[in-house]
Design a protein around this ligand. Structure first.
Ligand code: SF4
Length: 502
C-alpha cells in the first residue's frame, strides 16, 4: 500500500465522508490508496503501529477541531519512528492560522481548504517528482460536477453499522461570523440527478440512515423537494423498512410547498437541525446573522404542531453582546415553541472565523487549546460561563436524552431557564461532577431536588417512575425498553425513539 488516508472520528459510527472524497478522486493512484479510520481515545502507539503496518509511503491525515490534539501526537510519533513516511495534513483545523500550529510544524505538507483533487496532485509530486517546494498548498476548488462522487466507497459494513453522510450541496451564502461556512460566501449544488442516483444505489444496498451535511438544505426549494420526494417514495414503497433522513435547515424559509412535503413523513423518519443561535437582534447583528425571528418562531411552532419531524434547535451562549438574562429570555422563548431538543452550545472560536474581530471590544477570552471554547466576555464572567457549561451538560442528560420526559415540565415550571439553572447549580454542588453520574442516581437526585422545591415525595416518585430514568434501577425493565428501542433504532436513532415513546 503506497498511500493511506486516515483520521480520528469522534465515534465509530461516524464514517468520514471527506476521506472517501479523496479516495474517489485519486485517479490512477486509487488502487494504491486505502482508507484507515480510527476513533478518538485510541492509544497513539496503536494508531501509529496500525498505520505503519502496511508500509505506506504517504499518510494523509484529516484534522478537525475534535481530533487535532490526538493527531498532533500521532504525527509526532510517526516522525520519530518512521521519518521517511511523508505526512500530508488537510481539514478545517489546519486550513487557517497554519503558522502557529505544532502539527503543521511536524508534518511535511498541508493542503488548506478543499483537498478533493489537490491531495492526489500532491501525492503524484511526492511519488514521482519534482518534489513540492512549499509546505502549505492552497487546495483547488473544482466545479462540483468535476468531482468523482464517493458513495460507492461506503463498504457493506459502513452501510450496516454507521451513519452515512451525504451532501447535495456545499457552502453557505450566509455570513454568521462564528461559523467557518461564512467564508464560503455562496453555496454550490451537486448535479441533483447524479446525486439521487447515488442515493438510490445506497438504498438498494441496504442504507437506511442518511445524514445530509449540507449547511442549508432548504435554500433551493426545488432541489429540496426532489430530495424529499426520493425519501417519500422509498417510505411509500417500503413502509415496513423505513428510511430516515437528517437535514440542517434555516428556520425562516419554509414555503408551503416544502411544508406539504414535510407533513407526509411519518414519525421517526425525519429530523431537522435548526440553527437559531440567538433570538436577540442586537447579537444577531454583531455576528452578521440574518434571521427573521418571527418567521423562524412561526415555522418551528408549525413544525412541532403539524409535522412528525424531530427538531433539534441550536442556541449558542457566549456570543458578543449577549448576557445571561438575554440568553435566558431566548431559551425560555425557544422552549415555549416545544422543539424536541434544544442543543445548547457554548461559543467556540474556530480557526479562520471572522468572530475574532470582536475579541477586543467585547473582551472575549477563549481557551488557548481546542476546542477554543469561550471562557468569559464582558457580559458573562468566567464563573458564570462555567455554570452555563454545566447547564448544557445536565440539559443534555436530563432534557435532550428523553429520559425524564414526564418529570421535565415539573422541573422547569414557568421559568425554564432559571429553574434548570437552579437544578444545575444544585446537582453540581451535590455531585461535584457533570459526567459519569449513573442514571438511577441522577433520577434520585432529581427527585430530591423536586421535593426541596415543594413537590411531595409521592408525586416526585410517581413522576420519575413514569419515566425511563425512574426505571433505571429495574434492570429487566430497562432491558425490555432497550430491546423495544432496537427495532426503532434501525431507522431512527435511539434518542429520537425515546422522545417518540414518551
Ligand atoms: S451558521 Fe449556518 S447559516 Fe450561518 S454561515 Fe454557518 S452554516 Fe451558514
Amino acid at each position: 500500500m503506497t498511500i493511506l488516508l486516515s483520521t480520528l472520528n469522534a465515534r465509530y459510527t461516524h464514517a468520514s465522508l471527506g476521506l472517501r472524497y479523496l479516495l474517489a478522486n485519486m485517479g490512477e493512484l486509487q488502487e494504491q490508496t486505502r482508507v484507515q479510520e480510527f476513533v478518538i481515545g485510541t492509544k497513539t502507539t496503536e494508531i501509529v503501529e496500525k498505520l505503519l503496518a502496511s508500509r505506506p509511503r504517504i499518510i494523509g491525515l484529516g484534522v478537525y477541531i475534535w481530533n487535532v490534539e490526538e493527531c498532533t501526537k500521532v504525527v509526532s510519533m510517526l516522525k520519530r519512528v518512521a521519518p521517511e513516511v511523508t505526512v500530508i495534513l488537510g481539514g478545517p483545523e489546519v486550513s487557517y492560522e497554519t503558522a502557529e500550529q505544532e502539527i503543521v510544524r511536524l508534518a511535511d505538507y498541508v493542503i488548506t481548504g478543499w483537498g478533493d483533487v489537490s491531495f492526489a496532485v500532491l501525492c503524484r509530486q511526492v511519488l514521482h517528482g519534482p518534489q513540492p517546494l512549499m509546505k502549505i498548498h492552497a487546495g483547488v476548488q473544482p466545479p462540483l460536477n468535476d468531482l468523482a462522487l464517493p458513495y460507492d466507497l461506503y463498504t457493506d459494513e459502513d452501510i450496516a453499522h454507521r451513519t452515512l453522510y451525504v451532501e447535495a450541496s456545499r457552502g453557505c451564502p450566509f455570513k454568521c461570523e462564528f461559523c467557518l461556512s461564512s467564508l464560503d460566501k455562496t453555496a454550490w449544488p451537486f448535479d441533483l440527478d447524479a446525486f439521487l442516483a447515488e442515493l438510490e444505489k445506497l438504498h438498494a444496498r441496504g442504507a437506511r440512515l442518511f445524514k445530509f451535511v449540507d449547511r442549508t438544505f432548504n435554500l433551493n426549494i426545488k432541489s429540496s423537494l426532489k430530495i424529499m420526494q426520493f425519501f417519500l417514495d422509498k417510505l411509500a414503497a417500503h413502509p415496513e423498512d423505513p428510511v430516515y433522513a437528517h437535514f440542517e435547515v434555516v428556520p425562516d424559509h419554509l414555503p408551503d410547498a416544502l411544508k406539504d412535503a414535510i407533513v407526509k413523513f411519518p414519525a421517526g423518519t425525519l429530523q431537522f437541525e435548526i440553527g437559531i443561535q440567538s433570538f436577540n437582534p442586537e447579537v444577531q447583528a454583531h455576528v452578521s446573522r440574518r434571521q427573521n425571528n418571527e418567521k423562524a418562531a412561526d415555522n418551528i411552532r408549525w413544525l412541532c404542531e403539524h409535522s412528525h419531524a424531530h427538531l433539534h434547535v441550536d442556541l449558542i451562549a457566549g456570543l458578543p453582546g449577549e448576557d445571561i438574562d438575554s440568553f435566558a429570555r431566548g431559551f425560555d422563548f425557544l422552549y415555549s415553541l416545544k422543539p424536541h431538543e434544544i442543543q445548547f452550545g457554548i461559543l467556540k472560536r474556530l480557526r479562520g472565523t471572522p468572530i475574532i474581530r470582536h475579541t477586543e471590544n467585547f473582551h472575549m477570552v477563549y481557551e488557548a487549546h481546542p476546542p477554543y471554547t469561550i471562557l468569559a466576555n464582558d457580559r458573562i464572567g468566567f464563573a458564570d460561563m462555567q455554570r452555563l457549561v454545566r447547564f448544557a451538560r445536565y440539559w443534555d442528560m436530563i432534557a435532550n436524552s428523553g429520559r425524564f420526559a414526564h418529570t421535565l415540565p415539573h422541573i422547569l415550571g414557568e421559568s425554564p431557564f432559571a429553574r434548570f439553572m437552579a437544578l444545575s447549580d444544585w446537582l453540581y454542588a451535590k455531585t461535584d461532577a457533570t459526567h459519569r453520574i449513573a442514571l438511577d442516581r441522577l433520577a434520585g437526585l432529581v427527585g430530591q431536588w423536586l421535593e426541596e422545591q415543594g413537590i411531595s415525595a409521592d408525586t416526585a416518585r410517581a413522576l420519575l417512575e413514569s419515566d425511563y430514568a425512574g426505571q433505571a434501577h429495574k434492570k429487566h425493565i430497562v432491558k425490555k425498553a432497550q430491546a423495544e428501542n432496537k427495532k426503532a433504532e434501525s431507522a431512527a436513532p435511539l434518542r429520537q425513539a425515546r422522545h417518540l415513546a414518551a
